[in-house]
Design a binder for this molecule. Structure first.
Ligand code: CP
Length: 316
């Protein structure tokens, strides 16, 4: 049986296939905890988890908070506005001060790639990457893989189409690393201006034909078009994007019967997917959010649980 040995969770690249499977299997038992009347276990009693969100978030932040609470950990929560960062304190100084208050883990989101890695190099507590720049969003990829496995029963050999702004997407990168490691066949699709150079080297196929990708896919992972990047002229217009790559009911006419439509959120309804599709029969978008809590419980538990708590889990 695989034993968890890592101190930090910085990206999916560093995890073996067995470690990914251990997280997914552990999350399965924590999902059951979240369905109970009393959604709490004592696994991390006495531990403190610091949430350092220096970039906006709804799903990741709230689900980490819930995950820590359901494991009986204490939490502290810091954002850029309202903290001494706004007075000029560096991120590392802020993090060192949090460390001095004896926290067990630091969950960090930042708009600059590499910040979680730098914190991990300087801090004693475990560091968990909750999304850094365009680089990685490992816990999102893990909850996506959990959802696929839960719905389809496996990941090996399934066809996954990742559609949209691949260039700027940390979700796409982390999913490519994870899904290919677990044996999925991944095709990326989007405008050529939003396709990273030599993306094939990550083990994926590239297509510019959205209808072909829809037809072949078991899973369609739709990414947010980042409206804030419009001034960079990556797209002629949002309307053009929606016309050529937006997922709508008409386009899904040739989809497989059991297709899963996923989106990490937040969604732009009417841009990358229509409201009808977001709320429609193929959509598992809210299942992803539900599963995010269980997956983040598993990650906190594996990183912070002691031998005793891990043995206690057998009787959860
Ligand atoms: N998927 C995701 O990271 O969403 P948030 O930005 O709301 O956390």
């Amino acid at each position: 049986m695989t034993e968890w040995t890592k101190h930090n969770l910085l990206d999916i690249q560093n995890l073996t296939k067995e470690e990914i499977e251990l997280i997914l299997n552990t999350a399965k038992s924590f999902k059951e905890v979240s369905s109970r009347d009393v959604k709490k276990v004592p696994a991390l009693r006495g531990k403190t988890v610091a949430l350092l969100f220096f970039e906006n978030s709804t799903r990741t932040r709230v689900s980490f908070e819930l995950a820590a609470k359901r494991l009986s950990a204490d939490i502290i929560s810091i954002s850029a506005s309202g903290s001494s960062l706004s007075k000029g304190e560096s991120i590392l100084d802020t993090a060192k001060n949090i460390e001095a208050m004896n926290v067990s883990a630091v969950v960090v989101r930042h708009s600059t790639s590499g910040v979680p890695k730098i914190l991990a190099e300087h801090l004693e507590p475990s560091v968990i990457n909750a999304g850094d720049g365009c680089r990685a969003h490992p816990t999102q990829a893990l909850l996506d893989m959990f959802t696929i496995r839960e719905k389809l029963g496996r990941i090996e050999a399934i066809e996954v189409g990742i559609v949209g702004d691949i260039l700027h997407s940390r979700v796409a990168r982390s999913n490519i690393w994870g899904l290919t490691k677990l044996g999925a066949k991944v095709t990326v699709c989007g405008p050529s201006t939003l396709m990273p150079v030599e993306v094939e080297k990550l083990g994926v196929k590239v297509s510019y034909d959205i209808d072909e990708v829809i037809k072949q896919s078991d899973v369609l992972m739709v990414l947010r078009i980042q409206k804030e990047r419009q001034q960079d002229n990556f797209l002629p217009s949002i309307r053009e994007y929606a016309k050529h790559f937006g997922i709508n009911k008409e386009r899904l006419k040739f989809a497989k019967k059991n297709l899963l439509i996923m989106h990490p959120g937040p969604t732009n309804r009417g841009v990358e997917l229509s409201a009808e599709v977001a709320d429609g029969e193929y959509s598992v978008i809210l299942d992803q959010v539900t599963n995010g809590v269980a997956v983040r419980m598993a990650i906190l538990y594996l990183l912070l649980g002691t031998k005793e708590t891990i043995e206690e889990k057998q009787t959860l």
